[in-house]
Design a protein. Structure first.
Length: 126
């Protein structure tokens, strides 16, 4: 299972496979044609409260990851759908953040692929 990540502002390509927008809000300044998303899963995005709390502050990244993974426990149906899609071909999570490494799509990919969070990030596997 391999899931790619791509900013909504980058052009779509055939290698993307199924493009899934994983944001609660539509990325500002991106037309639906340009985004070329096949599926928009708003509910798997971090809650507005968590997103505001995090504010892309690097020092909050480990705690954001822990809290977001915790929120995702309430969305097993959507996670199962993403796993099913990823088993059947390429999937790209499309996100709006300028931050390409520390963003919610990266955490979502970890969860969907079944990668545990360990060590200094949380002190325990989630």
């Amino acid at each position: 299972m391999s899931i790619r990540l791509k900013r909504a502002f980058e052009p779509a390509s055939p290698e993307d496979g199924v493009r899934v927008l994983v944001e609660r809000l539509w990325p500002r300044g991106v037309s639906k044609e340009r985004a070329a998303v096949d599926l928009w899963l708003k509910d798997v995005a971090p809650s507005p409260e968590l997103r505001r709390w995090y504010g892309h502050e690097p020092a909050k990244w480990p705690e954001f990851r822990r809290r977001y993974r915790n929120e995702l426990r309430n969305h097993e149906e959507e996670l199962a759908e993403l796993r099913r899609l990823a088993r059947h071909g390429p999937v790209t999570f499309v996100f709006g953040s300028r931050e390409t490494e520390r963003n919610s799509a990266a955490v979502l990919r970890e969860v969907v692929e079944g990668r545990p969070v360990t060590g200094e990030e949380t002190g325990e596997a989630v």
